[in-house]
Design a protein around this ligand. Sequence first.
Ligand code: NAD
Ligand code: UDP
Length: 322
Amino acid sequence: MFTRSASSPISVVTGGAGFLGSHLTDKLLAEGHRVVGLDNLITGNLENIGHLAGNQNYRFIRHDVSNFIFLPDDVDFIYHLASPASPIDYLEHPIPTMKVGALGTHNALGLAKAKKAGLLLASTSECYGDPLVHPQKEDYWGNVNPIGPRGVYDEAKRFAEAITMAYHRYHGVDTKIVRIFNTYGPRMRLRDGRVVPAFIGQALAGEPLTIFGDGSQTRSFCFVSDLIDGIFRLSQSDFHEPVNIGNPIEMTIKQFAEHILRITGSEHGIDYRPLPVDDPKVRQPDISRANKVLNWQPKVDFEIGIRETLEYFRSRLTADPK
Ligand code: NAD
Ligand code: UDP
């Protein structure tokens, strides 16, 4: 059990065995925090935190945070990242996705209130839906179809933002909200369906890249270390309104596919498939708020980040070709 001390803050990371949660945990430990990871492993993987086995400053608890969270430890700060995040995952788990966004966020906020801790909510650019304003600034309220297949994720996150602001305003909890734009890097699941692992996995397996629609939809890809730096800075700030964190360099999915074909030397081309329902046509963060409030901007060059991710997937495929 961790007890409060001035020298080593105690942080809780929900979704701590996931892609972002595991990288955030590494950052917090490097900053001298003690960390409790909570995860029910619905989309996470213990291998992401395997290197922390035996670390005295880390504890992992397998728990579904949509159920009451009991922790004997003192807690200074909660990073609430638990949620399926890839469209394939949340379409496969629509009700757990709604529950963790709603009940899980309520429980995490209740824990923050009880422990007199701060809380950072991992929200998403999906709050902007299929945006009619481009690039997206935090004061844009979005264009979300509540009853479409993506609604389970988008509306759960919008509810999560609303209840987070309510706990801030009504209970005075020190809350922060980060709206994360497409982030990639090592420890993504090869088969989680998001476009970066999908294309890299296909190229490495000698398969054509599956572009959904005509590939004219745009995304802006941020490397994981930049995102984690932005999240950490936000957690240390006094800013309570949502902040976009993402890389503003925008490209079409077709251009992204061409990059992957070039970098991997794949000659297997492209296979066009139907566009999923409500797939946003454009996405690009306006990061002027993060720049002003957190003095943050992404640093990792796209080509370098993609090559590092490629090497990770190459090693995974060699270890376990499934
Ligand atoms: P991920 O699927 O790798 O990680 C999510 C983790 O949450 C998994 O380990 C999963 O097992 C865990 N989890 C889910 N429901 C849970 C529950 N009820 N109780 C306990 N644990 C639970 O995805 P990620 O990319 O690391 O996403 C982390 C967070 O960041 C999510 O909240 C996601 O919505 C948000 N986000 C990510 C991106 C991105 O590009 N990676 C973009 C926008 C928002
Ligand atoms: N996409 C694609 N082929 C794939 C996976 C995704 O063309 O195999 C497209 C998807 O339709 C979307 C974009 O790539 O337009 C990004 O998809 P992702 O699942 O990574 O996340 P999203 O940004 O939609 O949440």
